[in-house]
Design a protein. Structure first.
Length: 432
């Protein structure tokens, strides 16, 4: 029901040329997963929006000005397409669990997903260029608040919100709150979203006290409700960026690090921390195991194990969306009992998914895009604080994709292309 409602609102925005509605339709998919249909496959509003925009841009292609970053993305798309043809019609992978039609479907679906993401990135970049960033900041705060509300509701009411709205698999797990997102690990991204909000609020306030308080609150939420310390990793990245750029948020985050370390140490002494400790100690064997593949989970471990035994394939990858077929023989013994017919899903970690889809060629292309994009942000004719804000947001959410496949990188790359457009046009727009 939500999917149909969202699609109708998006189509109205598209026909009425109300770009703010289209922007919201994209951002909802970046931050939440409830506008989707889970009874058959995974049909999401974000993908439908992206594919609609991709079709529109394809029709208007000759009149669209393509940036350097977008040219690299389009090269990756062409590379994926060649891989699709090669691995489906010239040298297909052999797995009795997958019919030829099914392989064609999952690999073509992956290419369409990538194309839809590119269309969303292009739209957001131009939205920022023409509409400024004032609306975007408000939208970010709205979605972060919405997500945090979902966390609290699920945590305190023990109610599976995602299952209720989408019909997806019921998954109510203590200490692994997911709120409005697809799976427990998705809740980790609330932490990264929180960081983005902190940076923005840090610009809006004359004092950094609020930034410090919200950082501590985010740390508590991340550790107690999701059973992980992903926010701490985000803080580390942000601190590194702060040292590198000598930004305005460096001092409060240094104070936060000290307080959080002391607070976390005290937290480990309480009875409440027992479940958290069990999660950590339960993974201790990974440090002793010499097999690198065992340090990853599910489909990710199969890809790593496959490359360990077939290192030459890592250069060009296994073909977009084809890792479940290609790596079925590389499944670890621990997973064969759980998945007797092989994996039916793609890797969860972005870096592993990129390696599977396009090998080192695509990984290097992504790093090139990130490097060029951050360089464009540094070239902007803005005050230092504004550039630091854009730089930090873009860096965190693009790096976050490498840890787990979500859609934050759409916003990160859009900011980079937005910077390139401003530099190319010598536009006077600034971050307001």
């Amino acid at each position: 029901m939500l999917l149909i409602l969202g699609l109708l609102i998006f189509l109205y925005g598209l026909l009425a040329k109300k770009n703010w509605i289209i922007c919201l339709a994209i951002l909802q998919g970046v931050f939440v997963d409830i506008f989707s249909y889970q009874y058959f496959g995974n049909i999401s509003l974000l993908k439908l929006v992206g594919l609609t925009l991709a079709l529109k841009y394809l029709i208007q292609f000759k009149s669209i000005k393509i940036t350097k970053i977008e040219k690299i993305f389009l090269t990756i798309l062409a590379f994926y397409t060649l891989g699709f043809l090669f691995f489906n019609f010239i040298s297909p992978w052999d797995d009795p669990n997958f019919t030829k039609k099914k392989v064609l479907f999952i690999s073509f679906k992956q290419i369409l997903t990538f194309a839809s993401e590119l269309a969303c990135i292009h739209f957001l970049a131009n939205f920022l260029l023409h509409d400024g960033t004032k609306r975007l900041k408000k939208y970010l705060l709205i979605f972060v608040s919405f997500n945090l509300t979902g966390l609290f509701l699920e945590y305190f009411l023990a109610f599976d919100l995602f299952h209720f709205f989408t019909g997806g698999e019921a998954m109510l797990i203590n200490n692994r709150v997911r709120g409005f997102n697809f799976e427990p690990r998705a809740a980790n991204y609330y932490a990264a979203m929180f960081i983005i909000t902190l940076i923005i609020i840090g610009r809006w306030t004359k004092t950094n006290t609020l930034l410090l308080v919200l950082s501590l609150l985010g740390f508590v939420i991340s550790t107690s409700m999701t059973g992980n310390i992903i926010l701490s990793l985000s803080i580390v990245i942000l601190l590194f960026t702060g040292v590198l750029l000598k930004t305005h948020y460096l001092k409060p985050l240094l104070i936060f690090s000290v307080i959080a370390t002391v607070g976390f140490t005290l937290f480990l002494q309480t009875d409440y921390s027992q479940r958290f400790k069990r999660q950590i100690t339960g993974k201790a064997y990974l440090l002793k195991d010499s097999n690198i593949a065992t340090k990853f989970e599910g489909a990710d471990s199969a890809v790593v194990n496959f490359y360990l035994h077939n290192p030459t394939n890592i250069l060009f990858g296994l073909g977009a969306g084809q890792s479940p077929v290609a790596t079925s023989s590389a499944m670890l013994e621990r997973d064969k009992k759980i998945f007797p017919n092989g994996y039916t899903y793609l890797p969860f970690m972005g870096v592993i998914l990129l390696l599977a889809n396009g090998g080192l060629v695509v990984i290097l292309a992504y790093f090139a895009i990130t490097f060029l994009g951050l360089q464009e942000i540094r070239k902007l004719n803005l005050d230092k604080r504004s550039k630091d804000t854009l730089f930090s947001i873009a860096l965190i959410i693009t790096l976050a994709y490498l840890l787990q496949v979500r859609y934050f990188h759409i916003l990160g790359f859009a900011i980079m292309i937005y910077a390139e457009l401003i530099n190319r046009n010598q536009n006077s727009k600034i971050l307001r």
